[in-house]
Design a protein around this ligand. Structure first.
Ligand code: P5A
Length: 469
């Protein structure tokens, strides 16, 4: 993959995932194959969230007065908001914003819904489209102006302690989610100047894309009582006192799908994890005239058997060369292909080929087939995840010398370094190098004698710096 950006655009188009020729910048169309991948991703996400959250759905529009009420929050978003000012021929009395995120839509309602400690914790989420007038270079899925798949969870708690615990629970959930998708990640606490507008602190998940740039693939914010004070979300506690709730929110977007595609792809195309592959197995009949029906019937029988075991299977019976079918399903990233021709049928075998190592193996067509295939795709999943993690781990390099930062990053790495944690020092480091501090990955022992990469002050943390999307 020499030119990642070109590869990525090509694959979205050729594998029928996204068509970005829609005549509005930053807005694109999900094509049917991509839509299936998106559906499976959402299924997984809902399953994890529904363990302790409930899904809801808010309107797309937010009245101006509500959007601007939380001053820090609006400052962070004011340059990115799309406004609706007219209804038909009439100017609206109040401008309406297309939600860039929904805190200011949701929290006035939370103020009506939350009355006593018995209403807490409250854990709701929605999966919606949001709009951000991004001024940086837009890219499908990665930086869109319409984020089509925006998962936002919004929780309210009685105490700070519980809200901190919720942040940890989200971290656990995201780990599980990204593991299902074969996406390796770095977790860090964003520096104060890069946290979500209105948050006390932000924990972010980043991954390293094939070009060495990091992509923020998910964020979790502890909002403290900033929004509950602005929107008056209070509850009556056990001691009959009225108190402000402590809030968190957590977001994911289409970027997750971009990362899954980018990290697990190669020059032949996609390598989808079986969790999200529209078809986990593609059967390719090798058709010769006189045996056509026998072969097709056997393929249908195999398909049914595998489907009964809960696997997603398709048969590519298009009237084209088998070679072209192989090419297409390698491009589209089906984890396992099964090929059945007249000779195989005679020998009572089928040829299996894993997408990751492209190894061809003959499997007996008997009652062991389903079991063997399941083992195969498990190994496939393990292998692509292992490769993805190896890539990430090999591209995080520690240095104690600030003069090495640029070279390491330009070689495609994220750089870990000892840091004092001071804002002034961090900002200077960013300015001097032209890269971004992702955040703090680890707190150092207070007894340690380690010094900050920039000066002689004691280092408190290990932090990451990188070239970011
Ligand atoms: C958390 C959910 C929020 O908006 N409010 C509700 C909080 N956080 S965030 O960090 O600003 O966004 C959440 C995640 O959305 C992704 N993202 C984008 N994806 C595609 N195109 C964009 N323009 C875009 N902007 C943000 C990021 O992954 C981010 O972590």
């Amino acid at each position: 993959m020499e030119n990642f950006s070109k590869w990525f655009h090509n694959i979205l188009k050729k594998a029928d995932i996204i068509d970005s020729r829609y005549p509005i910048k930053g807005m694109a169309i999900w094509r049917p194959y991509g839509f299936k991948i998106r559906n499976h991703t959402l299924e997984l996400l809902r399953k994890l969230l529904n363990r302790d959250h409930e899904e809801m759905l808010f309107p797309l529009l937010i009245p101006q007065e509500q959007l601007i009420k939380e001053s820090i929050h609006v400052k962070g978003f004011e340059d990115e908001v799309y406004w609706i000012t007219q209804g038909g021929q009439n100017d609206l009395n109040e401008k309406l914003a297309l939600r860039p995120t929904s805190e200011t839509a949701i929290y006035p309602m939370y103020s009506l819904w939350i009355r006593t400690h018995m209403d807490l914790p409250l854990k709701y989420y929605q999966i919606v489209n949001t709009f951000r007038y991004e001024t940086k270079h837009t890219r499908p899925l990665i930086r869109a102006r319409e984020i089509t798949t925006f998962k936002e969870a919004h929780t309210a708690h009685a105490t700070k302690k519980e809200s901190d615990k919720q942040v940890q629970d989200f971290i656990k959930m995201y780990k599980e989610f990204f593991n299902h998708l074969a996406i390796p990640f770095l977790i860090s606490k964003r520096p104060s100047w890069d946290k979500f507008p209105g948050a006390d602190y932000t924990i972010a998940f980043d991954t390293i894309m094939p070009d060495g740039k990091t992509l923020q693939i998910g964020t979790i914010h502890n909002l403290g009582t900033t929004f509950s004070k602005t929107f008056n979300i209070q509850f009556e506690d056990k001691d009959s006192q009225h108190k402000y709730v402590h809030q968190t929110c957590a977001g994911l977007s289409d970027r997750v799908i971009a990362a899954m595609i980018a990290i697990n792809g190669d020059d032949k195309g996609l390598k989808l994890p079986t969790t999200t592959a529209p078809y986990q197995i593609t059967i390719i009949p090798i058709i010769f005239k006189n045996k056509k029906n026998d072969i097709l019937n056997k393929c249908i029988e195999i398909k049914k058997t595998l489907e009964n075991e809960g696997l997603r299977v398709n048969i590519d019976d298009r009237d084209i060369r088998a070679g072209k079918k192989f090419y297409d399903w390698e491009l589209k990233g089906t984890p396992l292909k099964l090929e059945l021709g007249p000779n195989d049928l005679e020998k009572q075998v089928i040829i299996a080929m894993r997408r990751d190592n492209l190894e061809k193996i003959e499997l007996p067509l008997d009652e062991t087939l389903t079991h063997t295939i399941k083992e195969y795709i498990d190994k496939y999943d393990d292998n692509i995840a292992e490769n993805a993690w190896n890539f990430l781990e090999n591209h995080v390099k520690f240095t104690a010398n600030k003069d090495n930062i640029a070279q390491l990053i330009e070689q495609g790495n994220v750089v870990a370094f000892n840091w004092c944690g001071d804002e002034k020092c961090g900002r200077e480091l960013e300015e001097k190098t032209g890269y971004n501090i992702l955040g703090i990955s680890q707190t150092l022992d207070s007894q340690s004698e380690i010094t900050c990469i920039k000066h002689n002050k004691p280092a408190k943390y290990i932090a990451y710096i990188a070239k970011t999307y």
